[in-house]
Ligand binder design. Structure first.
Ligand code: SF4
Ligand code: FES
Length: 375
């Protein structure tokens, strides 16, 4: 199926190979209702999805989860993506990887590894991820990744517990040989929304983190790319979430539903088509969920008449729903939204609260005991 002239192919596909994960981060972007292992797409179906993606003009696939290394067929999946001509990026916690497996992935054509770190302090990192020994393993795998010649990006999600260590995160990423470090504040959907009171920093902490990142940028200019994403709750204008709904990217869930963004299933009334039933290009063009907020026709005021409506596309639909109860409203992180002051007040109220325990993300019973030991 060819794409209509007013619609380009997504740049990348996020392939959520599984929702299984040994870690249980309280800001996990997976939904509150996780897909079961028994419902996961098999290797052959992923191979078909990659070939359909490449045929429609997609350039990159991000192999994600959960923890993609929880799939025994990860090497075959990488081979299939590579055979389709896609640039392959593995987004991993590293748990489940070792030298033998990494070398195999290299042979299968994996191009890039994006490794998540929970903190620079091992005890804190293991507490946040709910997995004892996880941080030490990550450092070992990061070194192997560069030794084997992969490009490495370090991902660090920041929040109240670790936001004061942005400078140290950059130092650590540089010492591990990363070419890029993405320091992104937790995005408050799903598990992070449930844990917002435990995660939200103060505005002063956010301001300090931005200054720390700026200083690090000057120091590492030309050697390390540093991205910093601040929390929307303290912003004045929204980001163009996922590059605009249905414009740049799509997610395929472990069981094959195709979503415009990872939190799209929180929006009631949307119908998500599956790669089990339709080719990817048909889903991209025709599926009701992608058409629901594509372009600008769906917008209400103040977005409808705003000069920036084709710059940020009204911000994030999932955040609009979470705060205002209306997925068609302007993202309340925009100061033109009538809900902006309330969103800021929520952030300040959460940030001023005392520290509370995390609600860890669900995970299979086999690894739950490791987290219990940490609490
Ligand atoms: Fe963006 Fe809407 Fe705010 Fe304009 S009013 S800046 S389009 S969110
Ligand atoms: Fe769904 Fe932003 S996370 S549109």
């Amino acid at each position: 199926m060819s794409l209509p002239s007013d619609l380009v192919a997504p740049l990348g596909v996020l392939a959520e190979l599984t929702h299984r994960c040994p870690l249980a981060c309280p800001y996990c972007s997976n939904p509150l209702m996780l897909d079961d292992r028994g419902d996961e797409l098999d290797t052959a179906t992923w191979a078909r999805v990659f070939s359909e993606a490449a045929a429609m003009g997609v350039l990159q696939v991000h192999l994600s989860g959960g923890e993609p290394a929880s799939r025994r067929d990860l090497a075959e999946i990488v081979s299939a993506a590579n055979a389709s001509g896609l640039y392959t990026n593995l987004i991993t916690s590293s748990i489940g990887l070792d030298r033998r497996r990494l070398a195999m992935l290299k042979q299968c054509g994996l191009d890039h590894v994006q490794l998540s770190l929970q903190d620079v302090d091992a005890d804190s990192a293991d507490h946040i991820g709910g997995y004892r020994g996880g941080h030490a393993h990550k450092l070992e795998i990061a070194r192997l990744v560069t030794e084997l010649g992969f490009a490495l990006t370090i991902n660090a999600v920041i929040h109240r517990a670790n936001i004061s260590r942005v400078a140290a995160m950059v130092e650590l990423a540089a010492s591990l040989g990363a070419g890029r470090v993405e320091i992104a504040h937790a995005q408050y959907y799903g598990w992070a929304l449930r844990n917002r009171q435990a995660l939200m920093p103060t505005r002063a902490q956010v301001d300090q983190a931005m200054q720390d990142a700026e200083r690090a940028r000057s120091r590492y200019h030309g050697r390390l790319v540093i991205d910093l994403v601040v929390p929307d709750y303290y912003a004045r204008r929204p980001k163009a979430c996922v590059g605009g709904w249905g414009r740049r990217s799509l997610n395929v869930t472990p069981s094959g539903r195709v979503l415009p963004c990872h939190a799209a299933e929180t929006i009631p009334g949307l119908t998500f088509w599956s790669v089990r039933d339709h080719p990817l290009a048909k889903i991209w063009v025709e599926s009701p969920a992608f058409r629901a907020f594509r372009g600008t026709d769906w917008m209400e005021e103040p977005c409808r008449s705003c000069a920036l409506r084709e710059v940020d596309f009204g911000g994030c639909r999932c955040q609009a729903l979470a705060i205002t109860g209306n997925a068609s409203a302007a993202d309340p992180s925009c100061e033109l939204s009538p809900h902006h002051a309330r969103m800021l007040a929520l952030a300040e109220q959460d940030a001023a609260g005392s520290d509370i325990d995390y609600v860890y993300r669900d995970r299979p019973a086999t690894v739950r005991s490791a987290a219990a030991a940490l609490r």
